[in-house]
Design a protein around this ligand. Structure first.
Ligand SMILES: CCCCCCCCCCCC(=O)SCCNC(=O)CCNC(=O)[C@H](O)C(C)(C)COP(=O)(O)OP(=O)(O)OC[C@H]1O[C@@H](n2cnc3c(N)ncnc32)[C@H](O)[C@@H]1OP(=O)(O)O
Length: 168
């Protein structure tokens, strides 16, 4: 049987999508495979606080999950460069339920010198595709993204890729 290595991706503890210190967050987990660069699988289970109409995932929350999944598909192959979203387009094809384990599969479709593009599908356990998305990102060095958003200005990197303020 063919076997490939799985890797969990780095997280920002307070991120709405991937963080575990954000009480309103999705606590999504992202997994990449050695033999599939440019592809990532995001796993999450929406909570009642993430709904719009009763029992239905809010479209903006689905958008956040799709945005992050495509962005993370890029870092599988470019660990020192992240992306900031320039454009994001979604199709809400079926209602997305609350309380069910869902997966989002993201794939990179185009890389240029300054940008990358990708697509994703948000799927239920029975394979139903609830949301599809496509997005374009500006490629930036990790240091610039963290530096622009932080008063601290200076970060160091843990072994797992997590940014922490220098001196902690
Ligand atoms: C912890 C583990 C994590 C692991 C990684 C996790 C992945 C996370 C994925 C989620 C990422 C996010 O949500 S990021 C958050 C949401 N996005 C953002 O905050 C991005 C905000 N926008 C920006 O910072 C800026 O617009 C940039 C960096 C994209 C571009 O700024 P710039 O580099 O100064 O470039 P600038 O001179 O302004 O523009 C250059 C050219 O691009 C065009 N341009 C500029 N912005 C845009 C735009 N949004 N859409 C279209 N075109 C644009 C300009 O018209 C111009 O065209 P011309 O005149 O040359 O023709």
């Amino acid at each position: 049987m063919a076997c490939s290595h799985l890797h969990n991706q780095p997280i920002n503890d307070e991120c709405f999508v991937c963080g575990f210190d954000n009480p309103a967050g999705l606590e999504a987990q992202f997994v990449e495979r050695d033999d599939a660069p440019g592809r990532v699988v995001g796993l999450f289970t929406p909570k009642p606080i993430h709904q719009s109409y009763p029992g239905r995932l809010h479209g903006g929350v689905a958008a956040a999950m799709c945005d992050e999944t495509i962005g993370r598909a890029f870092i599988t192959d470019h660990p020192d460069q992240w992306g900031v979203t320039m454009e994001l387009k979604l199709r809400y094809r079926k209602p997305t339920p609350i309380g069910e384990s869902l997966e989002v599969v993201g794939v990179i479709t185009k890389v240029t010198r300054r940008t990358f593009e990708g697509t994703c599908e948000l799927r239920r356990q029975d394979g139903t595709v609830c949301v599809t998305a496509e997005a374009t990102y500006m490629i930036l060095p990790v240091e610039r993204i963290v530096g622009e958003c932080s008063d601290e200005g200076s970060y160091v990197w843990e072994d797992d890729g997590r940014p922490v303020p220098a001196g902690e």
